[in-house]
Ligand binder design. Structure first.
Ligand SMILES: [Zn+2]
Ligand SMILES: [Zn+2]
Length: 290
């Protein structure tokens, strides 16, 4: 099982890789720039080479990059959409330079223009990015959302219809966030609910397109449509549910990334240790010393 953390890039990319190394991550996620301002440090050849070399030597794979929050590919406003697409294309190229496997993308909101228009705008933005830029092995992963406000992407049907409209659909996959699923009303906290959710995902999208799971507990109750990540086992999803999730056969081989709060230095190690303790290992015969 590949397990890692979304690590901060404060101090630069080398610092991010150092954090992932100290946490013994086998997968990692970063922002390539400030997620709210969009401010980016240029990626020099040296910087990229060192980062890539160290990541490979540590065997950290995949590297996922989370796209900045200021991008809204679903916008029905021409100026907002154009600016978002420009930034998204730039981000796609940065990810290609970094040899990232995945660009995790929020679908955005079309506000009052409605769902149909929003889905169309996102698909058009994907096309602009995938058809116009040089071909790259980088995959776009659409992430499900909590369903707050008028945000799209909280129903599997919406995510599927975006992918269906993209010409280069083999370069578009999905990332499921457990806290967002729970907040959006997918009852992954119960045994039957988890089965039903994965069956729905398989029927509507296809499990083979699931490339990444964001493993987060939720600070807010089921169906609340609010996005509040919390420490594994300490929120409303709970330990028993995470045990079923990390051991589920349908999720075997899918990397898990924690996006849990970092209130103290001890939080990431504690959350990782919790996940490790939930992973079932094949039982070993105990050797007797007598
Ligand atoms: Zn996200
Ligand atoms: Zn997430």
């Amino acid at each position: 099982m590949r397990l890692g953390v979304h690590v901060s890039i404060a101090g630069g990319l080398q610092e991010a890789i150092g954090r992932a190394r100290r946490l013994e991550c086998t997968a990692m996620q970063i922002f390539s720039r400030s997620p709210r301002s969009g401010k980016a440090t240029p990626l020099s050849a040296d910087l990229v080479q060192n980062f890539d070399r160290e990541r490979r030597s540590l065997g950290i794979e995949p590297l996922a990059v989370h796209s900045p929050y200021i991008i809204n590919l679903a916008s029905a406003q021409e100026s907002v959409w154009n600016g978002s697409v420009r930034l998204y294309q730039e981000e796609y190229q940065r990810c290609t330079l970094l040899n990232a496997q995945y660009l995790v993308t929020h679908v955005g909101t079309s506000k009052d223009a409605g769902e149909e228009v929003g889905v169309e705008q996102v698909a058009k933005a994907m096309g602009r990015t995938l058809d116009f830029l040089p071909k790259s092995p980088l995959m776009i992963l659409l992430e499900n959302t909590a369903g707050s406000g008028q945000g799209l992407g909280h129903r599997f049907e919406q995510l599927a219809s975006i992918r269906n409209r993209v010409k280069a659909k083999n370069r578009v996959g999905f990332c499921l966030d457990t806290a967002h699923l729970f907040a959006a009303g997918y009852s992954i906290h119960t045994e039957e609910g988890l089965e039903a959710t994965l069956q729905d995902f398989d029927r509507i999208i296809g499990l083979k397109h699931l490339r990444l799971v964001h493993l987060n507990d939720s600070k807010v109750p089921f169906g609340s449509k609010v996005d509040r990540h919390w420490h594994i086992g300490e929120g409303h999803i709970g330990t028993a549910a995470f045990k079923r999730i990390v051991n589920h056969p349908d999720l075997r081989g899918v990397p898990f990334i924690l996006e849990t709060p970092k209130l103290t230095e001890a939080d990431d190690p504690r959350n990782l240790a919790m996940v490790h303790s939930l992973i079932a290992r094949p039982s070993r015969r105990v050797l007797s010393h007598t």
